[in-house]
Structures are given as structure tokens and as C-alpha cells.
Design a protein around this ligand. Structure first.
Ligand SMILES: [Zn+2]
Length: 259
């Protein structure tokens, strides 16, 4: 079965620091390929405590959308776990250049454990085993950040990671399943917060019209508003299927999206 398992749904500093939600990122499994996305703080623990257990030594690769700590906190230990303590050189690491070069988040000695490093760039195509994917345009997010379009079947999946809203955004992610990082309930004007609010997500969903939208990466204002309530309101208003991810939620990627 192809699936995504959410090992964390926390977004931004306070929800992560206080662990109001877990912050372990997500495990994507398609056919025979396992790819870890954004191993934030707690990723290893969440894998091993998952039921059934997710075994990091079965990973084929790890993908980092950007180097912020809530996405990369466990990257080193996850690489070590993937490579069985560094004794089995294996796996592909996908990451933007600024996570690898200047002020890198991956230790040099750990980098030597992976078989291959692929640098994520704008509008580029990649493949790991049964998972072909592409990046879109660089996000507006202070550090180098890329969202991903997974070209998998039977449903394509778009992963709209952290970004400030920009007008082209809805057109870049046209997956049948759209996963959106929505940190804030309300926008805060032209402030320095490089994150989407529910107002932004409304605009995005109206244009992108996915068959299923999944909200995740919640900040404090979203947690207080109860993400499942916000998702139900969006679903009613837009006439699209919208769900809020929860820690440990497993999404069957072969499901019939009409149900
Ligand atoms: Zn970020």
C-alpha cells in the first residue's frame, strides 16, 4: 500500500518548542520506495514508536524542503539510522544548496554516510525508486525552500511547504492531493512572518481545486482554533474535501478520493 504517515503536524517555533503537536515530518511510501520528508525534532522517536513501527533502515532517501529547525532538527540522526549507524553507505539525500553549503545543517561526517546527495533547485525533475517528483519555483521563506510535486499514481500529491503567499502559488501545485503548510489562522499584514494563513489557503484552494486538501504544520493560532474545525468550515465554504492532519495520521494514497 502506498501511504503518507504524518509523524508531526507542528509548525513554527512555539508549537514545536512546547511539543503541542509532534514535529517529526512525514514518511512517504510508494511501491517499494520509502522517502522521509523533513525530519524535524523527534523524527526518529516518532518512527520507532509508530504502530506498526517504521524502520529507518528501510528508507531509500531523505528529502529536506529547507533547513529551518522544525524541518531539519533530526536530519543527522535520521541519516545515521537510515545507514545503520553509518556502516551501510546508502540512500539519497535531497536538500537545497543552502542547507548543505553555508551554515549547513548536516554534519560533515554524517554526510559521508549517504550514497548520493542531490541538490534541490528550482523547477527541476528528480526520481528516487518508484517516486518521481519535481520542485516548483523557489518559495518566499528567507532560507532556500522548495515545495514538491510527487508524480505518483493513482493520485498525484503536491506538498506546499512553508512560504509566504505569492500570486503564482496556486498554479505551481496542481496535485490531486494538496498538502498545505498553514501556520496562521489570520494574516498579520506585511509583517515578517513568511507563512500562509487560512485566508491565503482559501485563495489557493479556490484556484487549485484539489480533490483532497490536507492542512498541516500548525502554529499556535491554528491549534487554538482547532484545525479540524477550521478544515470543516473550509470544506463547507469551498465545496472541496478538506481535512486537518493529526499526529500519526496515515493517508492511504490508493484511496478513492470521492469517499
Ligand atoms: Zn520554515
Amino acid at each position: 500500500m502506498s501511504f503518507i504517515k504524518f509523524l508531526g503536524t507542528a509548525g513554527a517555533r512555539f508549537v514545536v518548542m512546547k511539543q503541542l503537536r509532534a514535529s517529526g515530518g512525514a514518511w512517504l511510501s510508494v511501491g517499494k520506495t520509502n522517502l522521509y520528508i523533513d525530519p524535524g525534532p523527534g523524527a526518529l522517536v516518532r518512527c520507532l514508536h509508530s504502530k506498526p513501527k517504521l524502520e529507518p533502515s528501510l528508507l531509500d532517501g531523505i528529502l529536506l524542503t529547507h533547513k529551518h529547525l522544525d524541518h531539519s532538527g533530526d536530519i543527522n540522526v535520521m541519516i545515521e539510522a537510515m545507514t545503520e549507524g553509518g556502516f551501510k553507505k546508502r540512500g539519497i539525500l535531497f536538500a537545497p544548496a543552502d542547507a548543505l553549503e553555508e551554515d549547513p545543517v548536516i554534519l560533515k561526517y554524517v554526510m559521508g554516510y549517504v550514497e548520493k546527495v542531490e541538490v534541490l533547485k528550482e523547477d527541476s525533475e528528480y526520481r528516487i525508486g518508484d517516486i518521481p517528483f519535481s520542485t516548483a519555483r523557489k518559495h518566499q521563506h528567507r532560507v532556500e525552500t522548495y515545495g514538491i510535486n510527487f508524480k505518483i499514481s493513482p493520485h498525484t500529491v503536491s506538498w506546499m511547504t512553508d512560504t509566504k503567499f505569492f500570486p503564482e502559488l496556486p498554479n505551481l501545485y496542481r496535485g490531486e492531493i494538496l498538502i498545505v503548510h498553514v501556520v496562521r489562522l489570520k494574516p498579520i499584514g506585511d509583517g515578517p512572518i513568511d507563512h500562509l494563513s487560512i485566508e491565503d489557503v482559501k485563495m489557493i484552494l479556490k484556484k487549485a481545486k484539489p480533490k483532497l486538501a490536507i492542512l498541516t504544520h500548525f502554529g499556535m493560532t491554528m491549534i487554538k482554533a482547532k484545525p479540524w474545525v477550521v478544515a470543516a468550515e473550509l470544506e463547507k465554504e469551498l465545496g472541496l474535501k478538506v481535512i486537518a492532519a493529526s499526529d500519526g495520521m496515515k493517508l492511504d494514497l490508493e484511496r478513492d478520493l470521492k469517499n
